[in-house]
Design a binder for this molecule. Structure first.
Ligand code: RP5
Ligand code: MG
Ligand code: MG
Length: 280
């Protein structure tokens, strides 16, 4: 059974709202919990935004739950989600101690995409580096430092309405790891070929619920994580990293099991390591 950890207890991000503390054995909705009385919170950042839903009680809000609703994907990768007594979708990974949408735009699933761009770690001479203990090759991925929490993360982002995932993956990578928004079309045209080549050959790593700190009882993150591996390092070597948009920093990170990453991104990194049989 899929249960979460990062969206329980503490103060909700960018707010003064305290989550109702849910003990481990009460996270699952199927466990009776009559004392459960979480605050209802939707950030003012979300209200009225074109990328966000209307209020759940707004008479003109007529979502088609658990399916593709026009340009919005309201389908959950992990199965059919259910509803509470107020007809709000409920988080498939259990109680979070807060109702409403918090910082998330959509009721129910909020779909994102995570591009995991990797290469083998090499020494100055260009030889692939091996870890002394595991005797395995060391994988590196391009990580960004998130402006909101200050944590290192995969440079992922939300799927725009009507956007295909393959475009989200490339767009978010370019915005956060290459600062495409701050570049001229001329500057961008130089890297377009390598980027297109790199993103033409991806491997699916994970699809489903994300243990994201912004999740609430009624809104949650889901992602599609894809690995884009540059085996001989020739493509990514020519791409100049520059943090942009929601990122304050960007760098190649040596992968190992003790990395501290945002949400449960370490799980997606581990799955990539297993596929590549790299050092962990
Ligand atoms: C995480 O939030 C996803 O895995 C993705 O990395 C990210 C998307 O949200 P923003 O980066 O747009 O805030 O749940
Ligand atoms: Mg972004
Ligand atoms: Mg992002």
């Amino acid at each position: 059974k899929m249960l979460h950890n990062n969206c329980r207890g503490g103060i909700y991000q960018s707010s003064k709202v305290q989550r109702f503390q849910v003990p481990d054995d009460k996270v699952d909705w199927s466990i009776d919990y009559p004392e459960y009385n979480p605050p209802d919170y939707t950030s003012s950042v979300v209200v009225g935004k074109p990328w966000a839903d209307l209020d759940i009680d707004d008479p003109s809000f007529k979502p088609k739950w658990n399916q593709i609703d026009g340009k919005i994907n309201r389908h959950c990768h992990n199965g059919i989600y259910k509803f509470d007594d107020n007809n709000r979708p409920i988080n498939p990974a259990g109680r979070t101690g807060i109702r409403g949408r918090g910082l998330l735009g959509r009721w129910g699933p909020n779909h994102a995409a995570d591009p995991i761009v990797t290469r083998w770690k090499r020494d100055i001479a260009g030889n692939i580096t091996i870890n002394n203990e595991s005797k395995k090759q060391i994988l590196q991925f391009i990580g960004i430092k998130r402006k909101d929490t200050g944590e290192w993360a995969i440079p992922g982002g939300m799927v725009d309405a009507g956007e295909v995932i393959s475009l989200t993956l490339k767009r978010e990578f370019m915005e956060e790891a290459l600062n495409s928004i701050g570049k001229t079309p001329e500057q961008l045209s130089i890297i377009t070929d390598s980027i297109n080549k790199l993103f033409s050959n991806g491997e699916e790593i994970y699809k489903g619920y994300v243990d994201d700190p912004r999740n609430t009882d009624n809104s949650w993150m889901e992602t599609c994580a894809m690995n884009f591996h540059d085996d001989d390092g020739s493509l990514v070597g020519s791409i100049p990293l520059e943090a942009g948009d929601d990122a304050s920093n960007v760098r190649w990170i040596d992968i190992e099991q003790n990395l501290n990453l945002y949400a449960n991104h370490i799980n997606f990194i581990q799955l990539t390591v297993e596929k590549k049989k790299a050092h962990w």
